[in-house]
Design a protein around this ligand. Sequence first.
Ligand code: ATP
Ligand code: MG
Length: 245
Amino acid sequence: MPREPFILLEDVSKGYSVGGQPVHALDHLTLSIDKGDMCALMGPSGAGKTTLLNMIGGLDVPDSGKVMVGGLDLSRLNEMQRASFRKRNVGFIFQFYNLIPSLTAYENVLVPVMFERDQRRSRAEELLDRMGLSRRMDHRPSELSGGERQRVAIARALMNDPPLILADEPTGNIDSETAREIVSLFRQLNDEGKTLIMATHDRMMAGKARSMLRMRDGRISGIKASPRSSTVHLGSAQYQTQARE
Ligand SMILES: Nc1ncnc2c1ncn2[C@@H]1O[C@H](COP(=O)(O)OP(=O)(O)OP(=O)(O)O)[C@@H](O)[C@H]1O
Ligand SMILES: [Mg+2]
């Protein structure tokens, strides 16, 4: 029986004009990713990885084509509806953490629920504890190491318990030992049912994923699904894989 993909892109294009020259950040991209996948996005700088993550997370909209996440057509949502989609469904993790410098670790984790009456303070504490940061809660980002900052950012991404985690070069700025810890944490989250997509140049990280999509010039140039995987189905028959029944 065909399964409903969690993420589905149909003929998605996104272009920019740079100095009068058109740049195809995403060039008629068609792909789907199943629920429960842990997918590494690889490819050279400028290939379109960040642009793709931004489309899937509803941070940006395509010029043409359709982006569906969890049965919801993001292309049909207005800006407010997309903000609400992101809040409920997506946890973002960035290379440079994007923490608020004037807030403590604990306050940063609470940012996603800032405007809610029930602020679930105990959840923020639990998450920081899980990240091994129970003794760093009152530190500001400048008083934390790179790995610690990224773990605060992961706790923040988990605050609303989203089904989807999008990480853009999450280990791009930290040492290899800490990178390993973060990858193992991602594996745990995936085992708990979260779908993860991560853009990375890090082969170690990609090696721990269930599937791998390679991009070049806004297109998919390669795909690999490990036997325990999953699920990257592409429009082009050439790349079609179905590793799991
Ligand atoms: N806001 C923008 N204005 C103009 N061009 C842009 C913009 N955002 C992205 N681009 C262009 O789109 C293409 C894809 O960019 P993108 O950031 O998605 O690449 P990437 O694969 O994430 O690269 P990296 O590995 O360096 O992060 C690049 O050629 C980039 O210069
Ligand atoms: Mg990028």
